[in-house]
Design a protein around this ligand. Structure first.
Ligand code: SF4
Ligand code: SF4
Length: 752
């Protein structure tokens, strides 16, 4: 075998410069035949396996070429195994694109059998070693560069974190977000759990050897402190706590003698059990025996409930509870409180008592401390003790959290509980019950209860962005609107939200294929389109960065940051245009009533959207001037047009009045966000100045209508002179408390 490996590696290295490079199974087969020494049957079986395993070494620089160059023998092979639960949405093939590592094939029994065998084979392989994870730090993911966070999915415990959810529709965007939540929480929390287990075991070992002596020393120094310490252990660890001091002492008396050895045994037993739970427990058959669940999930009823709990693909491999639409977050809050009480009683208090006995030379315990231990809350925990708390993730849709459950969500956000984190899967519609309108639904009609017809084209109510409502009036939560459009940023936001000592709320746009009318492989593409069009801009609000919006709100990640719209180019002509929400809407069938295909000649008789948008503001909609044919802000129904990229060149669409209003509404929402983040929008300033002149009669209506875009440009501050406000430097995150493997012994303490 060593000879086969040596020769195989040599051929792989040579293969890097060959075109096309030989496939790895061919190399292995050739080398094995050359080396020989195996029976024909052994070779046949070996080749059968090798030919079925997806093995790649070329075009995988981080895995093979770079480590191999650094140290011959250090390179590895890269494999992608497709689960037998694959539903053929093709999202992975679309994302892989021109790399061509993946292709669609017809699903057959043989293909499924190969997938299943492949997955079983994968389970036999060792975990990916840190050397192939690049700059991703598996021991402390929070220290990794954001761009490398996706590498966490090459670590088995992380990609195994969420195995359910396969009851969702093919391509459903929600599942990826849930998997990201579970995987990041696992990646971040598991090393903390293991370090904590090591620390507790080390303390228990020292206590075992020296605890009785330390208690004798304490008794000799202060009988009162000794009695209090003994009572604290009996009360908090041995189950003898009563209604009050008197009752507790009576129960202790009834229990009979409690020796010093009993006290030490109680402390060490709890610590060792807790260490076992955190590091060695195999919570569910089939999962790694690496400790209890790092999180629980509370769900608002919705698609996530159905696809996350319906046989045969259930259940989530962690404690999970569902409640009707409005109550999910309240259940999550209660789960979080339970974790706090449990964590205090089983980990924090025993460890603090043990540490005090071993390391303090005076005031081992005070009456105040005893009182606090009995009434322990998260307020008394250190930052490190908070980080080690299991997390309660609340999951819901825009209906469950933003409409029916909004009051509960608002209540919980205000509490700023350190281990309660919430994610809203924003499909902008009640997906699970047939596509009714939610407050997150855009102004355009098309859904149940928000129909498009002669009486109405949708709703005149602006879109509610739940995440934005938590930027004010809700205390100090961590808030982000992120999506799979920017996976590294999504992972970073989840990490920062977990690490924050307070509630976190993430709003994530996700596709709902049947309700949006988009292809199965478009979860990523549509998330990018809605972000780039200002339909759902990306933002992160991190209160750790300062007490002004300017410092705490970050809009980076959105294109053309200081403009109204993203400036991009048509692929076919390389001509610049601005990507509005109307352009995003043109890609989803749910909005089809709002766009009509027209010819270039017909378009020439209509108003370009660019021109129309200069004439109108959100206040013109609020005061319904957009419906007044005599006003400059009048929007002719299907009298406005856009150009879009078609399969064979530029195409034209006339758009409904309602779609124009939606553009204005989203533009206003984006301008509000920009101003909060301290970004000066040049177009907004120019439009305000221009409209003031028009409304004052300084520019005639005809001239304005004919030249709106040019007049606007003439009033814009020069791009070169303009400098968008810079985000302040991020303060360094407070590092977790170092956790020594063994407790230090104070000078002079007679411990061997
Ligand atoms: S992304 Fe879709 S096609 Fe790709 S493996 Fe997953 S379910 Fe299958
Ligand atoms: S209905 Fe929509 S949100 Fe629900 S599982 Fe299907 S794609 Fe996902």
């Amino acid at each position: 075998m060593p000879e086969i490996e040596r020769r195989t590696r040599a051929m792989m290295r040579d293969g890097l410069s060959a075109s096309p490079p030989p496939r790895l199974p061919q190399i292995i087969e050739q080398v094995t035949n050359e080396v020989d020494g195996f029976s024909p049957q052994a070779k046949r079986e070996f080749f059968d396996i090798i030919n079925r395993v997806p093995l790649a070494y070329e075009k995988t620089n981080a895995i093979f070429a770079t480590p191999e160059k650094k140290k011959p023998g250090g390179g590895g092979v890269f494999s992608i195994f497709v689960s037998d639960l694959c539903k053929g949405c093709a999202a992975c093939v679309t994302a892989c694109g021109e790399h061509q590592a993946l292709r669609m094939v017809q699903e057959t029994e043989d293909v499924n059998a190969e997938h299943e065998t492949g997955t079983a084979f994968l389970d036999l392989l060792p975990d990916t070693s840190q050397k192939y994870l690049g700059l991703y730090n598996d021991a402390r993911p929070q220290d990794s560069k954001t761009a490398t966070l996706r590498n966490m999915l090459m670590v088995r415990r992380n990609y195994d974190a969420l195995v359910s959810g396969d009851g969702a529709c093919a391509g459903c965007g929600e599942k990826s977000i849930l998997r990201a939540i579970a995987a990041v929480t696992e990646a971040y929390m598991r090393p903390l759990f293991h370090a904590k287990a090591d620390r507790l075991r080390a303390t228990a070992d020292v206590l075992d050897r020296h605890g009785v002596q330390r208690l004798a020393d304490l008794k000799a120094r202060s009988q009162a402190e000794y009695d209090l310490f003994r009572q604290a252990v009996a009360h908090l660890l041995m189950g003898l706590g009563g209604e009050d001091d008197k009752d507790t002492r009576a129960r202790m008396a009834e229990h009979g003698e409690i020796s010093d050895r009993d006290i030490v045994d109680a402390l060490t037993a709890v610590m060792r059990q807790e260490a076992f739970n955190h590091k060695n427990l195999q919570a569910i058959d089939g999962r790694l025996p690496n400790g209890m669940s790092v999180m629980a999930m509370a769900a608002h009823t919705g698609c996530n409930t159905v696809y996350g709990s319906t046989p045969p693909n259930n259940p989530h491999p962690y404690p999970w509870m569902n409640s009707l639409f409005q109550d999910g977050i309240t259940v999550g809050w209660l789960l979080g409180e339970s974790f706090i009480v449990d964590h205090a009683r089983r980990s924090v208090v025993p460890e603090r008592l043990g540490d005090a006995l071993l390391h303090r030379t005076e005031a081992v315990i005070t009456p105040r401390e005893y009182y606090e231990f009995v009434h322990f809350s998260d307020n008394l925990m250190t930052d490190q003790e908070i980080l080690e708390l299991p997390k309660a993730w609340v999951v819901g849709g825009d209906g469950g959290m933003g409409d029916i459950g909004y009051q509960n969500t608002s209540k919980v956000m205000l509490q700023n509980r350190p281990n309660v984190k919430a994610v809203m899967l924003d499909t902008q519609v009640y997906s699970n019950t047939g596509g009714q309108n939610s407050d997150s639904t855009p102004m355009l009609g098309g859904n149940d209860m928000n129909v498009f017809g002669s009486a109405t084209q949708g709703k005149m109510v602006e879109k509610k962005t739940v995440a934005e409502t938590f930027l004010a009036g809700h205390g100090s939560p961590f808030v982000a609107q992120v999506s799979i459009a920017n996976a590294p940023k999504l992972y970073r936001s989840i990490l920062d939200g977990i690490e924050y000592r307070g509630t976190a709320f993430l709003q994530c746009f996700t596709t709902c294929q049947p309700e949006h009318g988009v292809p199965d492989d478009m979860a990523l593409g549509q998330a990018q389109r809605v972000r780039d069009s200002r339909g759902a801009p990306e933002f992160v609000f991190n209160p750790r960065l300062g007490e002004s919006y300017h410092e705490a709100l970050d809009l980076k990640g959105n294109p053309s940051l200081d403009m109204d719209w993203y400036e991009t180019k048509f692929k076919s002509t390389n001509e610049s245009y601005r990507y509005t929400v109307a352009h995003w809407c043109a890609t989803e069938a749910r909005f089809r009533n709002h766009l009509k295909k027209i010819s270039a000649q017909d378009a020439a008789k209509l108003v370009p959207l660019e021109n129309m948008l200069v004439r109108i503001t959100q206040q013109d909609i609020v005061y319904r001037r957009c419906l007044d044919p005599t006003h400059r802000a009048f929007v002719p129904d299907f009298g406005v047009f856009i150009r879009i990229q078609g399969a064979n060149g530029i195409e034209y669409r006339s758009i409904s009045r309602q779609l124009v209003l939606f553009c204005v509404e989203r533009r206003k929402a984006w301008r509000m966000l920009q101003s909060k983040a301290g970004i000066e929008n040049r177009e907004y300033k120019a439009q305000r100045a221009l409209l003031a002149e028009v409304d004052a009669g300084k520019i005639s209506r005809d001239e304005f209508f004919a030249n709106a875009e040019q007049l606007l440009k003439a009033r814009m501050p020069g791009a070169s002179a303009h400098k968008p406000a810079e985000a302040p430097p991020r303060p360094a995150a407070a590092p977790p408390k170092p956790t020594p493997a063994t407790p230090s012994i104070p000078d002079g303490a007679a411990l061997a």
